[in-house]
Design a protein around this ligand. Sequence first.
Ligand SMILES: NC(=O)c1ccc[n+]([C@@H]2O[C@H](COP(=O)([O-])OP(=O)(O)OC[C@H]3O[C@@H](n4cnc5c(N)ncnc54)[C@H](O)[C@@H]3O)[C@@H](O)[C@H]2O)c1
Length: 343
Amino acid sequence: MKALVTGAAGFIGSALCKELVARGWQVTGFDALTYAAHLGSLEPELSTGRMRLIRDSICNAWAVSSALSDLQPDVIFHLAAESHVDRSIDGPETFLDTNIHGTFTLLQASRELARRRPGFRFVHVSTDEVFGELGLTGRFTEASAYAPRSPYAASKAASDHLVRAWRHSFRMPAIITNCCNNFGPRQFPEKLIPLMVLKALQGKPMPVYGEGEQVRDWLHVEDHARALITIAEHGLVGETYLVGAGQERRNIDMVRAIAAIMDDRHPAGAPHARLITHVEDRPGHDFRYAIDASRLRSELGWAPQVDFETGLAATVDWYLDNRDWWQPILDGTYQGERLGLAT
Ligand SMILES: NC(=O)c1ccc[n+]([C@@H]2O[C@H](COP(=O)([O-])OP(=O)(O)OC[C@H]3O[C@@H](n4cnc5c(N)ncnc54)[C@H](O)[C@@H]3O)[C@@H](O)[C@H]2O)c1
């Protein structure tokens, strides 16, 4: 099987490429290598000869069309996106460009494949944030209404709508996935878990937005990668699948759990919980997201394999053991500064 993976050098894209290559797929990554990409995440796969990488933007129609006609993939896994909510508050325009216009470009370029290649699938990878926020109870399902509340979520919602429209108007054999928050190794240090680990390691304040009462549903990135492959192989064209593990945690509890793991791994800095500092909340911060993944479990037989506590400890260990991956980022593009205050 041949896959084209957009956003291959990002957090989830690289985990997906690892799983695909391990299963014997031929993989071509297509990535603009923005600040969020890390070529080091793909080094082992690129050295196997079963993966190559095209460096270009999904907004470049010519580059996308050439890659598709050259490769003739069986599956496009579309992950390329601007993905950080805080940055979408500081500068929404690139989110509209990549997430909406880029998805449009990819869909248009895929129409030829959809016509000519039997079994071709377009797997569009989206987020639970398109559904807006929940109160204390309830979970999102495939029937939940769209109600995005951040520029990031709005741009992803728009891309989902484009995919559905291309499905109906042009018979694009597309499947949409909406997943909860992912955690695991190789995530850019602007995101909650790596940010907290690196702040704790440096003995710097661990900044919790507001009271940290917001709740997120956490899925290990490798479980997400396995879900995407299951959906590509067995999912029904035209359908949507929600992906989640039902592992809900308040942000403050997540940060306390990281502090406790750090006490164990790095006793010299203990107690790390003294570093927890409450800072101004994110504007429009959604209170709670939670996923009902029963459709994916019952119809396609997928189940998560990594439980939260084991996966979180392994993630902290990965950052402690892989300074060569993140130190160049802290020395260069991102030093851990606060983003997304809309000032
Ligand atoms: N991280 C999560 O918790 C999560 C949860 C649900 C869904 N998603 C979705 O999964 C996808 C991947 O998320 P991630 O966390 O790996 O993001 P990421 O920010 O780590 O990686 C995004 C990748 O896309 C690339 N990219 C950005 N703009 C591009 C462009 N114009 N052309 C080509 N490549 C471009 C970047 O270089 C980077 O390698 C996104 O679509 C995101 O919306 C993420």
